[in-house]
Design a protein. Structure first.
Length: 425
C-alpha cells in the first residue's frame, strides 16, 4: 500500500475491508479473509502501540496457540511464511499477497480514518461497541462511530446489547445469521448488522430443521446448555473483583474450574427465528478449561400424536441428515461418528455438527382431568371421558461447534462478504 495519499486514489468499487480489533475474533477474521481473497486490501485498527515493532505484530498474526501458524492453516504443513514486505513507517505488510495496513493511533471508532483508506465495510470485533442505539459521539465510542468515520456498513461480531432500558432496536440495525435469516437483510435499510454469537449461530441451525419439520405448535418447550470453551473475558488466575461486580465467578481461574455463567442465546435467537417467541425457551452456559470446541445440549419437548409418526431417535436424525443434504452452503453437518471436543477444532464450515450417535428420546403419557378445563361447557363434559392421556416426547440432541475459527468466524466471514457484495457493486 502506498500510504494515505495513494489510498485516497483507490477506486470506490475496490473491495477493502476494515477490521476493528485484533483479539481472538479480529485476528481469526483476518485469517479468514486472507484465505477467501474476496477483499483486495484489509485495514486493521488496533488503536494502540503493540510490541516493539511491526515484526512483533506480524508474529502475533502468524502464530496461534490453538490453530498453529497461518501459512500452514491455509496451505498445508509444507508451507512457508506468507507475511512479508513489512514497512514500519507506513504500518503495512503483505499477507499471502493481500496488502494489510495496521492502524495504531485511536480506539474511538469515529476517529479511525476509514474514509482515507477507502474502507466501506467494517467488522467491529472488539466486543466493546455492541449498542446499536448509542450515538457516534457516545463517551468511549460506539459502532455508529464507524459510519461517521466513512464506513457504510458495520458488522458486529457479537449480539447487540442496548444499554438504555426501554429503548427500541433502531430500524437500521438487524441481527443476521447467514443461511437462517439473511433473506431479511435489506441493503438499503440496514447499516449496523449483528452476526449474533457463536452459540446462537449453532443453536439456530439445531432448531431450524425441527421447526421446518414439526412447526412451532408441536414444540411445547425447549432448553439448551452450552458447554463452552474459555473466552478472553475470563481470568487465568483468581483475581479480586472490581467495584460493584455481582458475578464473582468471572474472577475465578478458568484453568482450574468449571464455571457457571449466563448466555443471551435464547433472547438473540428470537431475533433470528421469530417463531421461537411462541415456544418457552431457556438457555444456560457452562465454561470449561479448553481453548475452543464447544457443545450445545438441546432438550426439546414435543406434543406427540396418537397414531401419527413416532418421534424417536431415527426420525430426528433423519431430519438432520435431510437438512445437511438440502443445505447447499454446508452450514449444518450430521455425523454418526463419536467425537470429542478436539475433533471440532478448526473444522471449517458448519455452524453445527449434529452428533447423531447421542440423540435420544423418551415418550411418556400425561393424564389430564377434563373436569378441570373451565372452557368446556358442563353439558359437553357429560359426553367426554373423565380423563385423557396425551403422549409427550422429550428429545436430547447434541451439536458441536468450533466457537472461534471453524464455525463462527467462517459464518461471520460469509455474512461480511454478502454485505460487501451489495456495497461494492
Amino acid at each position: 500500500m502506498a500510504g494515505t495519499e495513494g489510498v485516497k486514489m483507490i477506486s470506490k468499487n475496490k473491495p477493502i475491508l476494515g477490521i476493528n480489533g485484533l483479539g481472538r475474533i479480529g485476528k481469526l477474521t483476518l485469517w479468514n479473509h486472507i484465505g477467501r481473497k474476496y477483499f483486495s486490501e484489509i485495514v486493521v485498527n488496533i488503536g494502540r502501540k503493540a510490541g516493539t515493532n511491526m515484526e512483533d505484530i506480524a508474529l502475533y498474526i502468524e502464530k496461534d496457540s490453538t490453530y498453529g501458524s497461518l501459512h500452514q492453516y491455509l496451505h498445508g504443513y509444507r508451507a512457508k511464511r506468507i507475511i512479508e514486505n513489512l514497512d514500519e513507517a507506513k504500518g503495512t505488510m503483505l499477507i499471502d499477497g493481500i496488502p494489510v495496513t495496521i492502524l495504531r493511533e485511536t480506539r474511538n471508532p469515529r476517529n479511525i480514518p476509514w474514509r482515507e483508506y477507502g474502507v466501506r465495510v467494517v467488522v467491529e470485533a472488539t466486543g466493546t461497541f455492541k449498542d446499536p442505539a448509542a450515538l457516534p459521539d457516545a463517551k468511549g465510542g460506539s459502532s455508529r462511530g464507524h459510519i461517521e468515520a466513512g464506513a457504510e456498513k458495520v458488522v458486529v461480531s457479537a449480539p447487540f446489547k442496548i444499554k438504555e432500558k426501554g429503548l427500541a432496536m433502531p430500524e437500521d440495525a438487524a441481527t443476521i445469521v447467514i443461511g437462517i435469516n439473511d433473506d431479511t437483510y435489506d441493503h438499503t435499510k440496514h447499516h449496523i448488522i449483528s452476526a449474533a454469537s457463536c452459540t446462537t449461530t449453532c443453536l439456530a441451525y439445531m432448531i431450524k430443521p425441527l421447526l421446518n419439520y414439526f412447526g412451532p405448535q408441536k414444540i411445547l418447550n425447549a432448553s439448551m446448555s452450552t458447554v463452552h470453551a474459555a473466552t478472553g473475558t475470563q481470568e487465568v488466575l483468581d483475581r479480586l473483583p472490581s467495584a460493584g461486580a455481582t458475578d464473582l465467578r468471572k474472577n475465578r481461574s478458568i484453568m482450574n474450574n468449571i464455571i457457571l455463567t449466563t448466555t443471551g442465546a435464547a433472547k438473540t435467537l428470537e431475533l433470528v427465528i421469530p417463531e421461537m417467541k411462541q415456544i418457552g425457551f431457556s438457555a444456560e452456559s457452562v465454561r470449561i478449561p479448553i481453548s475452543t470446541g464447544s457443545l450445545i445440549i438441546l432438550v426439546v419437548t414435543f406434543s406427540d400424536e396418537m397414531g401419527g409418526p413416532t418421534i424417536n431417535r431415527t426420525l430426528l436424525n433423519n431430519i438432520y441428515r435431510d437438512a445437511e443434504q438440502k443445505g447447499k452452503r454446508g452450514y449444518i453437518k450430521y455425523t454418526d461418528e463419536q467425537n470429542v471436543s478436539s475433533d471440532i477444532i478448526g473444522y471449517f464450515g458448519p455452524a453445527a455438527i449434529i452428533e447423531g450417535h447421542e440423540t435420544h428420546t423418551r415418550t411418556a403419557f400425561i393424564t389430564l382431568d377434563i373436569s378441570k378445563f373451565s372452557t368446556i361447557p358442563a353439558e359437553s363434559l357429560k359426553h367426554l371421558p373423565s380423563n385423557i392421556e396425551i403422549p409427550i416426547t422429550q428429545a436430547v440432541i447434541y451439536g458441536w461447534y468450533d466457537n472461534e475459527l471453524g464455525s463462527y468466524t467462517n459464518m461471520l466471514g460469509d455474512l461480511t462478504a454478502k454485505v460487501a457484495s451489495m456495497v461494492y457493486q
